[in-house]
Design a protein around this ligand. Sequence first.
Ligand SMILES: O=C(O)CCC(=O)C(=O)O
Ligand SMILES: [Fe+3]
Length: 697
Amino acid sequence: RQSPYDLLYADGVRAYFARDWPRAAELLQRALHSYSQLREARRACQGRCAEEAGFAGSPGPAAASWETRFFDRVLQRAECLGECLGRRLGAEPSLHRASREIQEDFEQREPYNYLQVALFQLKKLDEAVSAAHTFFIANPQHLQMREDMEKYQRMAGVKPGSFRDLQATPYWEVYEAGVQHYNVDEYLQAAVKLEESLKEVLLALEDCRALCEGLQEDGTEEEMQPGLYEAIAAHYIQVLKCRQHCVLEIATKPGRVSATDDFIPAHFDLLQFAYDQVGNQALAAECAASYLLFYPADEMMLEKMRQYQAKLGERASVTARENIQRYVQRSLREKKLIYYALEHLGGTFNDPDPWTPDELVPESLKEKHRENQEKQRLKNLDVGQQEQRGPLTFEGITITMDSLQLNGSQRVVFDRVLTDSECKDLLRLAKAAGGTGDGYRGRQSPHTPHERFEGLTVLRALQLAQDGTVNWRDAKLLLHASEKSRKIVESYFTPGKRLHFSFTHLVCRTAVEGEQDGRMDLSHPVHADNCLLDPEGKECWREPPAYMFRDYSGILYLNDDFQGGSLFFTELDAVTITAQVRPKCGRLVAFSSGGENPHGVWAVTRGRRCAIALWYTLSPEHAEQERMEAEVLMRQGDTEQEQSYTDDEVHVGADRSGEASPEPPVPKGRARSTSQRRMPGSESGQQPQELQARDEL
Ligand SMILES: O=C(O)CCC(=O)C(=O)O
Ligand SMILES: [Fe+3]
């Protein structure tokens, strides 16, 4: 028989303040145990009663009204729950209803904080450390505990194995292991881990939802008691909202404030690519179809689906996973009910899912819905900015300077992103395109009369390649280099979240000869990339015409044989310089696009300065359309080229860094077409895909 956890906790804390350590430790441990028993019992009973009430229940006379039938079921279920819980807990379930504050304390792992002190006083070092660690995981900003943890780490007699998380959510470890494998192109291991994490995530989600039903928010101090139906409706909607919220709960790592966006769809995004890479097209297609349940209009995924259909043949019907279909349908049903209630009964709802289709939201709530989504996105971004950096995806790349060395926040300089020969090829591309005059004329710079300014987009580059004006491989290299940069920036700044292209161009600034004496202006005046800089007000306005949706900026430099032209960062006043970056081949500078990073470019006073300028967004609806067109062109072109290519185009595998190769290994980004044909012997040395497809059928 369990005592209620809130009473045990209260007694434990009392003993703690009385410095009665043995009693405090014992009571706190019992409180934690009771709490987890209660949750376990709720889960189990919820599950059992959902099943039972579904099958039992006499059908009743056919004439019984829906009301009778409905209440029959409801009462049965309530009875079942009460009985089940009572039996498991050995007490009236209502005894186990704790106040909101206490519940929150347990959710925040607060009892472990008291417990670790008590255990430490009792000289139970190993247990004290694991209690402290368990608390710290969920409260990384807790300064006192940070100090304590450091002390524990230095203490003789503390084993590394003592730093255990007693409330570990195992799927996070598995998920992160999966993403790590994915990032280093170990797709087989990635798929195994991600499947495992997906399974655990879905289970955890059901657990979380089961706990919603028992929940009755008290403390609505309304004078008027609502009527039966209002009360039922209000409670039901509350349960629905709680269930919907579970997705965020599951996707929030302990100790983090914000959830990983689109956690479940992200699994399919990753799995699709991983399966594709290991040659399992059937599973890749199934994952693509599952992803499309969330984003039915996602062009990239639709295109992949078409390719899979074509490869696998019409007969092989590709369908989404059944459990995910059910998941999405159930979620949509719940959302519909909630939105209906909002419209007619009022209230608020923060939809946790970015994928909720627009049609589902009633007209009158759309504006608010969009505002909420945007707010959520910005909040995530803010939180993301405080978080530590993710692991780097590519070997051979170095981090030359981080935010600290660059005297600001969300800034980084990478080197060796491109090889010298790649820079040469890209410069040749810029030059060749510059010669065409059409669409890419050396115009006067929009920023200064002393420079010419040329910009070439990826789509334009491929179009020029198609009609033979520029080298096909150089144009492809532009796509690859920008994708490689995207992956680097994503893994560094937004690990686990997808970063989309917003705009990319290859841009050269050339000093106009004879117009440089006494020049006072800049090549690019100080600005921020996603807001309007107001140096007087020391503010940055996130409003049109700024590209508000741009979240990260990157500039990949191609050369250094020019005078002037360094990039510099300033404070919001636009004059206090905080850091400078000298361009050179293969150097990528990246930073968040907001008011925290005003920047400009010194005048280019001799020669020509070329770079690939890149902007990224976290919001899929602002992803660049041109990019996808360019990728389609690239694939088409590849197919044509393949037929006419000769031996010298085939480079032998194993060269992952691309150092020695004239053509870099194809970056394996998610955006890349998955059906792109490979030449025998290229890259990873796999078989051509035609063969793989046949093997599978
Ligand atoms: O080329 C550079 O170094 C910076 C360019 C830039 O800030 C921009 O185009 O927004
Ligand atoms: Fe800029």
